[in-house]
Design a protein around this ligand. Structure first.
Ligand code: DOR
Ligand code: ZN
Length: 429
């Protein structure tokens, strides 16, 4: 099977390539990139005016299977991903039961092989049942194909257990991803602590609850000589701690999610539960610090933290609503906004959403180098769209972008050289 994409602007972050040209795909791989490739092909897409770049590698996605198939399934979540231009996800282990042993890992692998529309990589839990008491059998995980461990949704409070986790994961070269939250400090908080929590009459989640844990986990990882990846950074102090650690040569990487740089805490004062997540939306100063950290490379990755919840869990009083927002179908557009603002160019953007997460996870994705898997998206970067509940492919509709007008539409998502999503053909593929 030979497939040719003609005349797009090609962005390959793996070799700082940003030029117009043609992409030749053969047998699922990028075969050649060049000007005027004029060969016979089984399929040709004329893509002038479009951007071709590696599909997104989203390293923070809650697919909810097994256990909460009412919120999302591997099938629905990966279909939503394809629409958003995401061709690989890292599935978080806070399922029911948690992905914490060989059996549950094998099970989610089987489900993914049968039903996933895109590549699903697996993160397993750090502690059994994510209860923070007993380590999982991390040394067995590598052979099972696990690429990272995390108790995401909560933090491991016991520092000595966390140190053991870093040592075990370090030996196996498995990435440790840290949800940084000191629950003694964030206890029962609902929104950012300060004027917002006071105005709303709700308990606040203080910034210290995040950054004190960022600091602790970086120190522990350095002590164990292993790598650490900080999930969903929301505030300036965390950025400063990460920047300092990087300067010292500590092996730390970090991610943030689009909602943290697209909205500030004022959005939540109308009690919209689709703006409720953990960590919470912070101040405008934090929003600007995050944008700067993305531009400067202090934060390495944008990941969605796609956290689907049912209407039953969101359409309730604010303090009873579940934490989390969906993100797979809006993340690319939210990031394009940073290009529009002049903070990022397309190469930097593509590094943040594809190349960097792939290298951090040690997976062979996020590149258009000849020989790589043809996981490619074609984007109309100028096209605007209105985000509405009815747009979503995800089973859950709890997006904080509902009502926004965004720029950037994925026209095609290609996985292993096959078109798996085409705009306008929704539901027909
Ligand atoms: O808002 C959040 N939702 N934060 C997390 O850490 C977990 C996530 C979820 O699983 O719903
Ligand atoms: Zn988390």
């Amino acid at each position: 099977m030979r497939f040719l994409i003609k005349n797009s602007r090609i962005i390959d972050p793996s070799r700082n390539f940003d030029e117009p040209g043609d992409i030749l795909i053969e047998d699922g791989k990028v075969k050649d990139i060049g000007k005027n490739i004029n060969l016979e092909a089984d399929k040709i897409i004329e893509a002038s005016g479009k951007i071709a770049m590696p599909g997104l590698v989203d390293m923070h996605v809650h697919l909810r299977e097994p256990g909460r198939e009412d919120k999302e399934t591997v099938e629905s979540g990966t279909r939503a991903a394809a629409k958003g231009g995401v061709t690989s996800v890292l599935a978080m282990p806070n399922t029911e039961p948690a992905i914490d042993c060989a059996d549950s890992i094998e099970r989610i692998k089987r489900i993914s092989e049968e039903r996933a529309k895109i590549n699903v990589f697996i993160a397993a839990a750090i502690t059994k049942g994510r209860a923070g008491r007993e380590l999982t059998d991390i040394k067995k995980f590598k052979n099972l194909g696990v690429v990272a461990v995390t108790d995401d949704g909560s933090s491991v409070d016991d520092a000595s257990l966390m140190l053991q986790a870093f040592s075990a994961a370090g030996k196996e070269r498995i990435l440790v991803i840290c949800h940084c939250e000191d629950r003694k400090l964030s206890a029962a908080g609902q929104v950012n602590k300060g004027l917002t929590s006071t105005r709303m009459g709700l308990r606040g989640i203080c910034r210290e609850s995040e950054y004190s844990r960022v600091k602790r986990d970086i120190e522990l990882s350095a002590k164990a000589g292993s790598r650490v990846h900080i999930a969903h950074v929301s505030c300036r102090e965390s950025i400063e701690i990460i920047a300092k650690a990087k300067k010292k040569g500590i092996n730390v990487t970090a991610e943030t999610a689009p909602h943290y740089f697209s909205f500030n805490e004022n959005e939540v004062t109308g009690f919209d539960t689709n703006k409720k997540m953990n960590p919470p939306l912070r101040s405008q100063d934090d929003v600007l610090s995050l944008k700067q950290a993305l531009a400067e490379g202090v934060i390495d990755v944008v990941a969605s933290d796609h956290a689907p919840h049912t209407e039953n869990e969101k359409d309730v009083e604010f303090d009873k609503a579940a934490f989390g927002v969906t993100g797979l179908e809006t993340e690319l557009s939210a990031c394009i906004e940073l290009v529009e603002e002049g903070r990022l160019d397309w190469l930097k953007l593509s590094r943040l959403i594809a190349y960097n997460p792939a290298s951090i996870l040690g997976i062979n994705k996020g590149s258009l180098r000849p020989g790589s898997d043809a996981d490619i998206i074609l984007v109309d970067a100028d096209k605007k769209w209105q985000v509405a509940r009815g747009n979503f492919v995800s089973k859950s509709k709890n997006s904080c972008f509902i009502g926004s007008t965004l720029k950037g539409v994925v026209e095609y998502t290609i996985l292993d050289g096959r078109i798996i999503y085409e705009a306008g053909l929704q539901g027909k593929k």
